[in-house]
Design a protein around this ligand. Structure first.
Ligand SMILES: NC(=O)c1ccc[n+]([C@@H]2O[C@H](COP(=O)([O-])OP(=O)(O)OC[C@H]3O[C@@H](n4cnc5c(N)ncnc54)[C@H](OP(=O)(O)O)[C@@H]3O)[C@@H](O)[C@H]2O)c1
Length: 232
């Protein structure tokens, strides 16, 4: 297809998503951002001039269909980049249904529903779905049950989607970063009661590089799963 490549990014207000949106805009691609509400959409456009927005709260997956139905999403999509996420640490003995519900909604059910709603546009462009998962989606530590469960589930979603959509030419990538220096990681350190030194962790821009690498691979290859750990 001719014209700029078109991407929809979730989580572009912060951390990894912000770095990815900036890199895509800098190279002249058309960038759409999912914002949880209208006020946040205005802030996102200030932060990412030239980007377009869609409003939808991933914490309310059942309402996304209605929300997108009342807006004008792009009519084709080269990539859907699932980067938004939330984390709440705690032992299973303390985690309430509210925490489980919000974690599974934002990290798993919201991405599943957004993917379902945008598959026609992705099929049209033989597009790419990228899930920013986590090393917690591969093995889980104490106090990480809700987040880990959401990310294990996200891997299942990605693997099934890849097998289903391969005939339609849609590619699917799961990225598994370890600790990355973002506001989420700062919050994790607070919850762990540890001092936070961003220099110890992966820079968000390095994770953004892996997203772009997956997107830019020629069509003869598909990057399915990639683990990213802090370098030395
Ligand atoms: N940081 C790490 O160490 C690390 C490691 C491995 C994997 N990851 C994963 O990487 C992804 C990005 O994380 P990050 O560290 O960049 O996090 P972050 O700085 O906390 O940013 C999270 C983003 O998700 C958005 N978001 C949260 N809840 C939402 C909702 N209900 N609806 C729409 N958007 C929502 C936030 O929107 P607002 O800006 O409106 O709050 C924000 O833009 C996440 O999936 C995370 O699990 C992070």
């Amino acid at each position: 297809m001719s014209g700029p490549r078109i991407h929809l990014v979730t989580g572009a207000g912060s951390g990894i998503g912000s770095a990815v949106a900036r890199r895509l805009r800098d190279r002249g691609d058309e960038v759409w951002l999912l914002a949880r509400d209208a006020g946040r959409a205005r802030e996102l456009v200030e932060h990412h001039p030239g980007a377009r927005t869609l409003v939808g709260d991933l914490a309310e997956p059942a309402r996304l269909s209605w929300a997108l139905g009342h807006q004008s999403p792009p009519d084709r999509l080269d990539s859907l980049l699932h980067i938004a996420g939330t984390v709440e640490l705690g032992p299973v003995g303390d985690l309430t249904p509210k925490v489980w519900q919000e974690t599974l909604a934002v990290n798993l059910m919201g991405p599943a529903e957004l993917t379902r709603l945008l598959l026609p546009q992705l099929r049209l462009s033989r597009g790419h779905v990228v899930f920013v998962n986590s090393t917690s989606g591969l093995s889980v530590s104490p106090e990480w049950s809700a987040y880990g469960a959401s990310k294990f589930g996200l891997r299942a979603l990605a693997d099934a989607l890849r097998a289903e959509e391969h005939p339609a030419g849609v590619r699917v990538t799961s990225l598994y970063p370890s600790r990355t220096a973002t506001p989420m990681q700062q919050k994790v350190h607070q919850q762990e009661g540890k001092p936070y030194d961003p220099a110890r962790w992966i820079a968000p821009d390095s994770v953004a590089t892996t997203v772009l690498t997956a997107l830019d691979l020629p069509r003869d290859a598909e990057l399915t799963d990639l683990t990213i750990r802090p370098g030395t």
